[in-house]
Design a protein around this ligand. Structure first.
Ligand code: FMN
Length: 209
């Protein structure tokens, strides 16, 4: 039985494009693996806290010295356990102000831990989360994969780096772009991602079988 960790991070609830496409990605994974187990983290509805003086200390190796530090460590350990259990990550990452939502960044802040999800050696940093594949649904009002706004994309390169830093390099980005270019462009963009989900999830599942 395989496990998918499904992380959504939209602030827009039912209106979210990324969450809808994440749902369709999971449905497609399930069509290839009916026994798929899903661990869901909806960071838009239930955000993990931003780092503060206690959590920053606890997550960087200090012995917890108060309840806030104990709780921060416990949450981080839970999130990392979910990550380690999963074979597949499905991440919904809207673009907000050129980057990922702060809720998703806060999740990364809780799972990137030296000695646990990455390490430093003489040959440089090494990701310790091996053998996972990831599908990242990106939703954007504008167009960033090509054209004049491309240099303003602080979303995809950041996500790619954070995942790679932990050792997750088998990553497929599914981009719903031009969502703010009118109803027709929006529908076309969503439909294009739907097609891409069918193709890439099918290919990945066949490769893994
Ligand atoms: C607070 C906020 C900031 C946004 N910033 C950007 C942006 O910098 N660039 C962009 O192309 N679209 C931007 N958008 C549009 C969203 O990327 C678009 O609405 C997308 O559908 C959001 O994903 P979601 O529907 O899953 O929440 C922004 C939307 C919101 C709500």
């Amino acid at each position: 039985m395989s496990t998918a960790l499904v992380i959504t991070s939209s602030a827009l609830g039912e209106a979210s494009v990324s969450s809808q496409l994440v749902e369709e990605t999971v449905a497609r994974l399930r069509s290839h693996d009916p026994a798929l187990r899903v661990i869901a983290r909806d960071l838009g509805r239930n955000p993990v806290p931003h780092l503060d003086i206690d959590s920053a200390a606890a997550l960087r190796g200090a012995e917890p010295s108060n309840y806030a530090q104990v709780n921060a460590l416990s949450l981080s350990n839970d999130l990392i356990a979910e990550l380690k259990t999963a074979d597949t990550l499905v991440i919904g990452a809207p673009m907000y102000n050129f980057g990922m939502p702060s809720t998703l960044k806060a999740w990364f802040d809780h799972v990137l831990r030296a000695g646990i999800t990455f390490s430093y050696s003489e040959s440089g940093p090494e990701g310790l989360i091996k053998g996972k594949r990831a599908f990242v649904v990106e939703s954007r009002g504008g167009l960033y994969s090509e054209g004049p706004a491309q240099p303003m994309d602080s979303q995809e390169p950041h996500l790619r780096n954070l995942l790679a830093f932990m050792g997750i390099t088998d990553v497929t980005f599914l981009r719903a772009e031009k969502l703010a270019f009118g109803p027709e462009a929006r529908e076309q963009a969503i439909e294009a991602v739907r097609q891409q989900i069918g193709k890439t999830v099918g290919e990945a599942c066949r490769k893994a079988a």
